[in-house]
Design a protein around this ligand. Sequence first.
Ligand SMILES: [Ca+2]
Ligand SMILES: [Ca+2]
Ligand SMILES: [Ca+2]
Length: 346
Amino acid sequence: MSKSGFASLALLSLVVAACASGATDEGGSFTFSTSFTTVGDGDGDTDEVGMDESGSDDADSTTDATSTTNSTDPTTTTTDTDPTTDTSNDDMVGDVCGDGQITGTEVCEPDDLVGETCQTQGFDGGTLACAVDCRSFDTAACTSNTCGNGALEGAEVCDGNNLDGETCQTQGFDQGTLSCNAMCSAFNTAGCSDYVCGNGLIEGSEVCDANNLAGQTCVGLGYDAGTLACAANCLGFNAANCVNYSCGNNVVEPGEVCDGNQLNGQTCQSQGFDQGALACAANCGAYNTSGCSNLSSGDCCYANGGVGCQDPVITACVCALDAWCCNTEWDGLCASEALDCGAICP
Ligand SMILES: [Ca+2]
Ligand SMILES: [Ca+2]
Ligand SMILES: [Ca+2]
């Protein structure tokens, strides 16, 4: 106090002196400055130090203001090497982590996350916590969704082979292999398809498809023969061209020896008889030779009790004239007719 008062007194004295000097000289003000400076530099250390300290105090104030600003910045006070740590510690004196009061450099309290969550911190899920010093958030228990880990997380519809139980069928298709897209955001149904009748593939409830008859045939279905086809809707067979053999249709079919008048080229002669009309058995399984007969071995010149006589040429000649001789009995009339046909009789 006394030093400051002394300095003021000395300054006042200089001003008075300057004014007195300036009163008689227009350049007094210039002289005053010169005198002031000269006095300041050359005067005792006490006054000069006083002036210097005043300037130094200003600088110190500036430094203090900077320190104060730094101390209120939570991002800088967390660094231990920061020279402002001491100041921060001073500020922390009233900050107690866990007291439920977010003060000073604290950003949260264990029971007060100020509305922050893992999501607001940029994660997909999990539980956010307050750091043990209350000066930051603890995101250790926060999680991020990962497409490709096989687990359904967040908005993932599927993930790799994890299709959440869905199939092509549940997606409305008839068949195929469902998959998950690369973003886990949707199903890929490119491998799904519907059944198509006509594509040659037996699918779903189809019994056959086009030429694919699953190995079935007319015979397999109980018919005797024919060409099996698939129904237009693929749900059954078309047996319109399958056939069963029939005895009596005058068509010699597999399993039949003959049918009606169709004797397969055979005659009584080809069957070993001398004459007659060959027929087909009622069951088509054999020939009926009841109409076939052999010529008698009897003498052509006499009534021999049989049909025909021992000479085929004479017989043929006589029977051409008189069928009775071959169909019923070679009687005396036949014998006399034999003479007309060249027979040499005694
Ligand atoms: Ca996932
Ligand atoms: Ca088909
Ligand atoms: Ca037949």
